[in-house]
Design a protein around this ligand. Structure first.
Ligand SMILES: *Cc1c(COP(=O)(O)O)cnc(C)c1O
Length: 394
């Protein structure tokens, strides 16, 4: 998969080096330009910057050197043209909806997408006349059937949250191209170390950097990457008009986190493979959803478009919801918390937590059963994690 990558360097190298080179001070890490505004050399200089005749910094909501280092780093990792940092993952998706959709436009979204992504379209963007179809995008026929004459955007998440159903990125790209719609891929679950949607025809990639990219559960942030410069240009003004910008200190922390992205993603994935296998053979477990298991119905598709199965596992206990609650209350090392992609292992219950905003019918249709438990496997020693799951299950 990585072979047809148009990036010049590999992910581990880019994560450490892309976006910043020591400046005149020699500082190995990007200085935190904690300044809302930047001084002009003279009135003419200021006027040239505003006219766009000269590159430079004006005001942090519309650009800042520390933030730029992070934007360039993630853009390089994804193999895209430009990055755009946002205050959160939701700020990133809302920036795209604000910039690219209007009254009478229609968007198709993965039904089991990150809960608030679907909710904000359903209960807020619809107030401004944006139409939504939430469909099981893992079935391309359903995507085709949902297309309307006013479809402007396909917004997919693969693997989806928390069902781990896989959507064919190239297949969706083909559909989007035919109807002149933009394909947005939320790549939060995989990170660019494991999946680079531009290689399969995506136009825009979105990240909640809160998760794997920052990786330490201490920052909320988002990032949009555009495959081509014109896409960036189209969204740039709406982004800074909306005020969805990241803060320089936030950007510095995420830049610090991304340096170890590959180390963390690969180690967590190895841990997850072992835990998924352990869960699958355990007598208390009814089913396990993990793209790395032979039992995953779309394992081959996932393998075609990603470099690994990642570190999120969903599973169902034979005792259903009651047993799931008991399990979450019995783990000792794992932390009962939402979010994912951190260095520590987190466990949560989607039906009562991340996806509680959906109606029971919507959850059922999206395959989010009441007994489903989601595990975001971290980088602890796997033997300790296995001991914890084992004692909690018994
Ligand atoms: C967390 C998450 C988001 C939203 O990101 P925030 O940083 O919490 O705003 C979007 N998509 C996915 C897949 C997520 O996991």
């Amino acid at each position: 998969m990585g072979k047809k990558n148009k990036r010049k360097l590999e992910a581990g190298t880019l994560a450490i080096h892309a976006g910043y080179h020591p400046d005149a001070s020699g500082a190995v890490n990007p200085p935190i330009y904690q300044s809302s505004t930047f001084a002009f050399r003279d009135a003419e200089h200021g006027a040239r910057l505003f006219k766009g005749e000269e590159a430079g910094w004006i005001y942090t909501r519309i650009g800042n050197p520390t933030i730029r280092a992070l934007e360039d780093n993630i853009a390089a990792l994804e193999g895209g043209a430009r990055g755009m940092a946002c205050s959160s993952g939701m700020a990133a998706s809302n920036t795209l909806f604000f910039a690219l959709l209007g009254k009478g436009d229609h968007v198709i979204v993965t039904d089991a997408v990150y809960g608030p992504t679907r909710l904000v379209l359903e209960s807020h963007w619809n107030r401004f006349g944006v139409e939504l179809s939430a469909v099981d995008t893992s079935d391309l026929d359903k995507v085709r059937a949902a297309v309307k004459s006013n479809t402007r955007m396909l917004f997919i998440e693969t693997p989806a949250n928390p069902t781990l159903k896989v959507t064919d990125i190239a297949g969706c790209s083909e559909i989007a191209r035919k109807i002149g719609a933009v394909l947005v891929v939320d790549n939060t679950f995989m990170s660019p170390v494991l999946q680079r949607p531009f290689e399969h025809g995506a136009d825009i990639v979105l990240h909640s950097v809160t998760k794997f990219i920052n990786g330490h559960s201490d920052v909320v942030g988002g990032l949009i990457v555009f495959r081509e410069e014109p896409g960036y240009e189209l969204v740039y003004k709406p982004w800074y008009m909306l005020g969805a910008t990241m803060d320089p200190h936030q950007a510095y922390l995420v830049y610090r986190g991304v340096k170890s992205l590959q180390l963390r993603a690969l180690l967590a994935q190895e841990n997850a493979r072992m835990i998924a296998k352990f869960l699958e053979q355990h007598s208390a477990v009814a089913s396990v959803a993990y793209p790395g298991l032979k039992s995953h119905p779309q394992r081959k598709l996932h393998k075609r478009q990603a470099d690994g199965p990642g570190s999120l596992i969903s599973f169902e206990l034979k005792g259903g919801l009651k047993a799931g609650v008991k399990l979450m209350n019995s783990v000792k090392l794992m932390t009962l918390a939402v979010s994912l992609g951190g260095i520590e292992t987190l466990i949560q219950h989607p039906a009562s937590m991340t996806h509680a905003g959906m109606t029971p019918e919507q959850r059922q249709a999206a395959g989010i059963t009441d007994g489903l438990v989601r595990l975001s496997v971290g980088c602890e020693d796997v033997d300790d994690l296995l001991d914890d799951v084992e004692q909690a299950l018994s």
